[in-house]
Ligand binder design. Structure first.
Ligand code: FES
Ligand code: FES
Length: 168
């Protein structure tokens, strides 16, 4: 089957990839763009390991065809830190709280958490649990994750109200 040219923006850069029409966004990111942060756990939309942002909203990239993102904005965990290399508050909080164990679920979990905080800067614990409900972790309970996301939200809110925020 002939390949198609996919033009989209990935992590702020206009990008062209040659993809098969049946390739998923996850496959295009990992195999064509060399961005291996998003993981394939289930391939069926159940685990959240493949979560990326599409036009600012979290999506399971295993359920999106690559060509569906033509002309749209994709952000992966590789593009979450600031241009100066400063970690996103969720990333920093995950490190501080020692959240990752095997690490497989972490990029997807972080992308869901980052989208949650962008949509709801002051989430309650229940809202955080709901926000990461589509992300499964085989290693841990979710207590540290919820604590880290809660702290990241508070820091983000404090930074934006104090005028010393990092770009997300
Ligand atoms: S790999 Fe996409 S949801 Fe599990
Ligand atoms: S840290 Fe291992 S699956 Fe979550």
């Amino acid at each position: 089957m002939p390949k198609m040219v996919l033009s989209c923006t990935i992590n702020g850069e206009e990008t062209e990839l040659l993809v098969q029409p049946y390739q998923t966004l996850l496959e295009a990111l990992r195999e064509n763009a060399g961005l291996t942060g998003a993981k394939e756990g289930c391939g069926t939309g159940d685990c959240g390991a493949c979560t990326v942002h599409l036009d600012g909203k979290p999506v399971a990239s295993c359920l999106v065809l690559a060509m569906q993102v033509r002309g749209r904005n994709v952000r992966t965990v590789e593009g979450l830190a600031s241009e100066d290399g400063a970690l996103h508050p969720v990333q920093a909080a995950f490190v501080k709280h020692g959240v990752p164990q095997c690490g497989f679920c972490i990029p997807g979990m972080i992308m869901s958490a980052a989208a949650l905080i962008e949509a709801n800067p002051a989430p309650t614990t229940d809202e955080i649990r709901l926000g990461i409900a589509g992300n499964l972790c085989r290693c841990t309970g979710y207590t540290k994750m919820v604590a880290a996301i809660s702290e990241a939200a508070a820091e983000t809110a404090g930074a934006s109200s104090g005028g010393a925020g990092k770009g997300a």
